[in-house]
Design a protein around this ligand. Structure first.
Ligand code: GLN
Length: 454
């Protein structure tokens, strides 16, 4: 813990941590020492972690990287972080992210961008997003692992950009209680780690049945680490032809076929499959996610949490709402609220929101049919390219940034588990990741297959 705290101080230029909690960390580390000595030590005992700013941590600023939550210190602890502390893990501090987890580059954080520890000729790169602080901190060895959340790729894309492992579990595997909501039907928390084994151990600790989240499934949490046998003989792994996008860099194509070869060499059968509704996933996601966000973010009214605008004489409560929200939300969050409000409005609800929901059902059905035909998992690239430069996308059309999520959003729409594993480096020397998509509730099997790619 002390070594990590020193590393965090030395790596301030990365801007990964938005709050440090050394007193809490040292007290937890001491308690963990005592548990270790007493011989009562689960695997996470004494492990120093970083926590994404989206998780509510009792008495510690939890701001979702937004000005609107300035000064908000929750009265309660999220279920996921409580599970980690109960297992003896140590909190080093809070990690930056895109504001309200909306973004793919960590550039929308109110704390300023996070810098990836990876570089090309001194050019600064994005660690990806929205869990960019988590990815940078793990990749730069500032902590042993970190929590992330994933609504459309926010664990898997930054993991791929920084050469670490990230898994989004099945929807309902992990409690969302105390995790600031972005799009409630898509959000899941998961671990971001240095290895597949660490991910298995940490996911097992984060997951629990939780009556405080009605969508958290009441099913047992298996021992994911025990599933890591490395034996994948006889597994049937699908390569979806619709993910072969036009203009895909040759390096990503090669990575994908190298990954398939690694799995085949380990005894898996590789088969081409079709997921015909894939091309509608990104538009459906960018209707559903903003719709849910616009509803979830209605609670930030300047009364109950964080920032409140200063009013001039004669201004009333409506002015207060408007001014507070205009000052508190950044441009990307405002854009999402406007899109969401539009697609939910009386005249457009059927044309946009309801249609997107029907498309979502078809996307899920594609996966269901593949699994029913005996496919155990599906191999795809995690991202359409390796990490891009900081500032590079800033002035581009926002849709350019949304295209980064093309391989990841299907998994959230279908509620499936997906893992990103670092598999190689591109010609610039930057990490690239592959994604394996698993059957619902089969994270153990998925992690075991990912072990072969690692
Ligand atoms: N990049 C996607 C978005 O901006 C996904 C974000 C996420 O998974 N939280 O919505």
């Amino acid at each position: 813990t002390e070594a990590c705290l020193a590393e965090i101080d030395a790596a301030g230029a990365l801007n990964a941590f938005c709050a440090k909690t050394p007193e809490i960390a040292l007290a937890q580390a001491k308690a963990a020492d005592a548990r270790l000595k007493a011989g009562d030590a689960p695997a996470m005992c004494g492990i120093p972690l970083g926590i994404k700013d989206l998780f509510c941590t009792k008495g510690v600023a939890s701001q979702a990287a937004s000005r609107i939550l300035e000064g908000f210190k929750p009265e309660y602890e999220s279920t996921v972080t409580q599970n980690l502390w109960d297992a003896g893990a140590v909190m080093l501090g809070k990690l930056s992210m895109d504001e309200f987890a909306m973004g793919s580059s960590n550039e929308t954080a109110c704390y300023g961008p996070v810098v990836s520890p990876w570089k090309v000729d001194d050019r600064q790169l994005t660690p990806g997003g929205s869990s960019g602080g988590s990815a940078a901190a793990v990749a730069a060895d500032l902590c042993l692992a970190a929590t992330g959340t994933d609504t459309g790729g926010s664990i898997r894309q930054p993991a791929a950009f920084t050469g670490i492992v990230g898994i989004k579990p099945t929807y309902g595997r992990v409690s969302r209680w105390g995790v600031v909501a972005f799009a409630s039907s898509l959000d899941q928390a998961g671990p971001m780690t240095k290895s597949v084994r660490d991910a298995a151990i940490m996911l097992g600790t984060m997951a629990s049945n939780d009556a405080k989240d009605s969508t958290c499934a009441d099913i047992p949490v298996p021992d994911f680490e025990a599933a890591l046998t490395g034996d994948i003989r006889g597994k049937k792994i699908g390569i979806p032809r619709e993910y072969r996008m036009e203009g895909m860099p040759a390096e990503i194509e090669k990575l994908w076929s190298d990954g398939a070869a690694m799995l085949r060499d380990a005894g898996a059968e590789i088969v081409e499959i079709s997921l015909p509704h894939t091309k509608y996933a990104l538009p459906a996601y960018y209707v559903i996610a903003p719709a849910e966000a616009s509803s979830n973010l209605a609670r930030y009214d300047g009364v109950r949490y964080g920032h409140r605008a200063t009013l001039s004489a004669g201004e009333g409560i409506v002015d207060m709402y408007e001014k507070t929200r205009a000052e508190g939300f950044g441009p990307e969050v405002q854009r999402r609220i406007m899109i969401g409000t539009y697609v939910l409005s009386a005249g457009f609800y059927d044309a946009y929101y309801n249609r997107a929901r029907r498309v979502r059902a078809l996307i899920k059905q594609d996966f269901d049919q593949a699994f029913a035909a005996g496919i155990d998992s599906i191999l795809t690239p995690a991202t359409p390219s390796s990490a891009f430069g900081l500032g590079e996308m800033k002035d581009a059309d926002p849709v350019e940034m949304y295209l980064n999520d093309v391989f990841t959003v299907t998994v959230n729409l279908a509620g499936l588990p997906g893992i990103s594993v670092p598999v190689g480096l591109d010609a610039k020397g930057l990490p690239m990741g592959l994604q394996l998509i698993g059957r619902p509730w089969e994270e153990g099997d998925l992690l075991n297959q990912a072990l072969v790619l690692e």
